[in-house]
Structure formats: structure tokens, C-alpha cells
Design a protein around this ligand. Structure first.
Ligand code: ZN
Length: 135
């Protein structure tokens, strides 16, 4: 693992939360992006080496919609940057962590992502992410 890449925060109202986090962090989001496969709208704030990712459900089927309904707004996941996602997935599986994804898939912010279930990680959904290199 290289560093904490970002912390994902589930929000109910993306526009209001963009304003709130811009105030909190003293700068605006550097991008917003819709991820159709995950049914979310995201925005990203850069803080030094790390980022804050705001996640908003783009429809009711979204895992984020269910999360917010059940647990309210708040920290949804922690993402770690990795150099070799396949290798890291195998390592963590070998350590007994429960995968929450089938295989790495394209997430927001030009990343290949993979999740591990909070059941085996002290209640925190863990994301691994690897920068997608231009071919
Ligand atoms: Zn994330």
C-alpha cells in the first residue's frame, strides 16, 4: 500500500456538501464525475497527498442510497493507493480479508478499484485503487 488515496463520504445533497467542504477545506472541488456503473455522482477535493471523495446516489438502486438510508451521511470507505492491484488483492485474500468485489473495475478519477468487506476490517469498507496508465 502506498498511501491513503482518499476518504469517501456519503452525502444526501451533493451541491450543499460541495459548498460545505469548500468552506471547510478552503478550496473548491477539483472535479465532479458521474460513475454510471456505481450509480453515483462524485466530487473530489485535493488535500496534500490525499483526497476527499463525496459520494451521492444518482438513483435509489445505488449502494450509496441504501447506505445513507440505513446509516445516514458519513464516512463510507477508505481508499488506499496500490502499485499492483492484482497482487494486493491476492495478498489480502490470503490474509483472510473478505472481498466485496468480483474483480478490479474502473471507478472514479481514472482508477481501477476493488473493495473489501467491512465485516473483516473493523467495520470500514476498504477500497484499493490503482491509477489507470494511459496505453
Ligand atoms: Zn472511493
Amino acid at each position: 500500500m502506498l498511501k491513503i488515496e482518499h476518504i469517501g463520504i456519503a452525502v444526501k445533497d451533493l451541491e450543499a456538501s460541495n459548498e460545505l467542504f469548500a468552506k471547510l477545506l478552503g478550496k473548491p472541488a477539483y472535479k465532479t464525475e458521474r460513475v454510471e456503473s456505481e450509480k453515483v455522482e462524485t466530487s473530489f477535493f485535493q488535500i496534500g497527498e490525499s483526497k476527499i471523495e463525496l459520494l451521492h446516489a444518482s438513483n435509489e438502486e445505488s449502494a450509496i442510497a441504501k447506505y445513507v438510508e440505513k446509516r445516514g451521511e458519513g464516512i463510507h470507505h477508505m481508499a488506499f493507493a496500490v502499485e499492483d492491484i492484482e497482487k494486493e488483492i491476492e495478498r489480502l485474500k490470503g490474509e483472510g480479508f473478505l472481498p466485496a468485489s468480483q474483480k478490479p473495475f474502473p471507478g472514479a478519477d481514472n482508477k481501477l478499484v476493488f473493495f473489501f468487506h467491512p465485516k473483516t476490517t473493523n467495520g470500514i469498507l476498504i477500497e484499493l485503487c490503482q491509477e489507470i496508465q494511459p496505453i
